[in-house]
Design a binder for this molecule. Structure first.
Ligand SMILES: *Cc1c(COP(=O)(O)O)cnc(C)c1O
Length: 368
């Protein structure tokens, strides 16, 4: 048996008529940018998240960058980011000229640890940028409380958490705004790069609609130094076809997660994901941790099981950030997790038999 870490083809098999219809609708319309499909998707996605506004943009990185730009965050400002996570979150901060200030994770959930934030706040801090990593929300209520006391904006990185809940509220609707990615592998994925901002703030949404389009409200009249960051009609139409399936696809991921928990609890030195009672994750990734990570990964590869490491190099040790002067040992939890995490196959089209096969080979690795 072969178990790929990701396979996009079965989603097409399941939604062939809807995706084909979306494709034809756009090509027949002759309209490819900033049109009816995007408008409709923005309304449908905002409704599904429970926010007033969704502004479609080119990708998740630029979604966050545009929010920071709209807020006037830039050189001389600091933004608190997770030390353990994806570099895109940090790049959004760096690209507006502000400084990412890394905060170590809660060692059980891997998400930004609210207890460590206050010590990092300085007079230059403007915002906190938590990631809902692996499909589980950070404790945004605790983060919001800290932000309110310090007068900071909370921008959620909701790239991995479409549909995840934090005390009953949806990722993307808990902070001041959220950056969302529809990169093809995400729980809701387009067929190319795509992203959005969700927010209840009407003035912010309005400004973002201009910033994504060269800072122009009326054609050739430029009010801001904007970007070109648009979500095309074709991708918007594909996303509209997929959005009605998101909830069911997340349920399927949840069923497989339960199967992993039942089969792998107490096996060897494996640490399974920890889910606090207030969190309802959507299992974007199924991440386990072990000191024998590389050996386990090779063992699984030898048996046809695809895995990935999210992420092998923490952003502060990436060559891109050399100029900041961070050293090995600066963020020990992020460094430890980078050596220990392993993502096992999970997705809406992964089968129970495949998960069973993966678990069998994980247990065999540990001689069980
Ligand atoms: C995918 C991802 C991004 C970037 O989204 P793109 O659409 O690829 O730019 C940002 N943050 C996290 C946590 C992600 O997983």
């Amino acid at each position: 048996m072969k178990v790929p870490i990701l396979d996009l083809k079965p989603a097409y098999d399941e939604l062939r008529s809807e995706l084909d219809a979306a494709y034809h609708r756009v090509l027949e319309s002759g309209w490819v940018l900033l049109g009816r499909e995007l408008e409709a998707f923005e309304a449908e996605y905002a409704a599904s998240v429970g926010v007033k506004h969704c502004v479609g943009v080119a990708n998740g990185l630029e979604a966050m960058q545009l929010v920071l730009l709209a807020l006037g965050i830039g050189p001389g400002d600091e933004v608190i980011v997770p030390s353990h996570g994806y570099i895109a979150t940090w790049l959004a901060v760096t690209h507006v000229g502000a400084k990412p200030v890394p905060c170590e994770p809660d060692p059980h959930t891997y998400n930004l640890d609210p207890a460590r934030i206050t010590a990092l706040v300085t007079p230059r801090t403007r915002a906190i940028l938590p990631i809902h990593l692996y499909g589980q929300t950070a404790d945004v209520d605790a983060i919001n409380a800290i932000a309110a006391r310090a007068g900071l904006f909370v921008l959620e990185d909701a790239a991995q958490s479409h549909g995840a809940l934090c005390r009953g509220r949806q990722a993307g609707a808990i902070g001041g705004a959220a950056g969302v990615s529809f990169y093809p592998s995400k729980n809701l994925g387009a067929l190319a790069d795509a992203g959005a901002v969700t927010t209840d703030d009407s003035a912010l949404a309005d400004k973002l609609r201009h910033l994504r389009n060269y800072g122009s409200k009326v054609r050739y009249h430029h009010d801001y130094l904007g970007l070109n960051s648009r979500l095309g009609e074709l991708q918007a139409a594909f996303l509209r076809a997929k959005l009605p399936r998101l909830a069911e696809w997340n349920v399927r991921r949840g069923v497989l997660a339960c199967q992993y928990f039942a089969a792998l609890s107490g096996v060897g030195d494996l640490t399974l994901p920890h889910v606090p009672d207030w969190a309802k994750p959507v299992w974007h990734l199924l991440v386990v941790r072990t000191a024998q990570r590389d050996a386990l990964q090779s063992h699984l590869a030898a048996h046809g099981v695809g895995t990935q490491i999210h992420y092998p190099i923490p952003p502060h040790l990436s060559r891109a950030y050399t100029r900041e002067g961070w050293q090995r040992g600066d963020f020990p939890l992020a460094e430890k997790f980078a050596h220990e995490v392993l993502s096992l196959p999970i997705g809406p089209h992964t089968t129970a038999e495949q998960v069973d096969y993966v678990c069998t080979h994980v247990r065999r690795f540990y001689g069980r």
